[in-house]
Design a protein around this ligand. Structure first.
Ligand code: FES
Length: 208
């Protein structure tokens, strides 16, 4: 029997406490986190684990455990200086235009959010459809990125970047965050960054 085709590797595998994911799943199933980017990881890579809270449709929160492969830890900001609704740009995991991201304090709880109010999140700033620029479209209220200026996709920043409307079929890659004292640390990327075949491969050719 031929081996099933493996999707592009973005360096993450997420396991939900709700069981196996449906690869065809879309925006309403929490396991969409698992399937939206085929969170497969190459067997040889060293991994670490993070636990991510996930909002369920209709309320409630569950958790998923994500394997994070070979991502650097990078300080990207401070809790004490971040203001609600004032996005901050940063690059991660590479010093590359496609690795431009937005850190934002939403002012209300969000999936994967950190800080005292679990409301600080970060996402890549390029649309997953055809790479439209989203940097100027991040809004704390209601917690969205978009609409994309090219084909109007909007992403939900409170639900791990899931597609709300528009042409994109893949959620916006979320930058995994941790708080260390006052420091905000980027620890990984959940979802394939537009223009990359592997988030862990340095686009400048220097190696992961
Ligand atoms: S590039 Fe953003 S919706 Fe098409």
């Amino acid at each position: 029997m031929p081996e099933p085709k493996r999707p592009v590797d973005d360096g993450l595998r997420v396991e939900s406490d709700h069981g196996t994911s449906d690869p065809a799943c879309g925006a309403t199933d929490p396991n969409w986190l698992v399937s939206r980017r085929a969170f497969l990881i190459s067997g040889a890579a060293a991994v670490a684990y993070v636990t991510i809270p996930v909002r369920l449709p209709g309320g409630g929160i569950t958790t998923v455990r994500a394997e994070v492969a070979n991502y650097p830890r990078q300080r990207i900001g401070r809790l004490s200086t971040l203001r609600t609704g004032e996005p901050v740009a940063f690059k991660y995991p590479w010093d590359d235009i496609q690795a431009e991201n937005i850190l934002i304090k939403l002012g209300h709880e969000a999936g994967g959010g950190i800080g005292p109010d679990d409301d600080i999140v970060a996402f890549n700033s390029w649309c997953t459809h055809q790479g439209g620029p989203l940097a100027g479209t991040f809004r704390s209220d209601p917690g969205t990125a978009g609409p994309c200026p090219l084909h109007w996709t909007t992403f939900d920043l409170t639900r791990h970047g899931m597609v709300v409307s528009g042409h994109a079929t893949q959620g916006l890659p979320q930058i995994l965050l941790e708080a260390e004292g006052d420091d905000i640390i980027a620890t990984g990327v959940m979802g394939l960054i537009f223009g990359y075949q592997d988030n862990r491969v340095d686009p400048a050719g220097k190696g992961a």
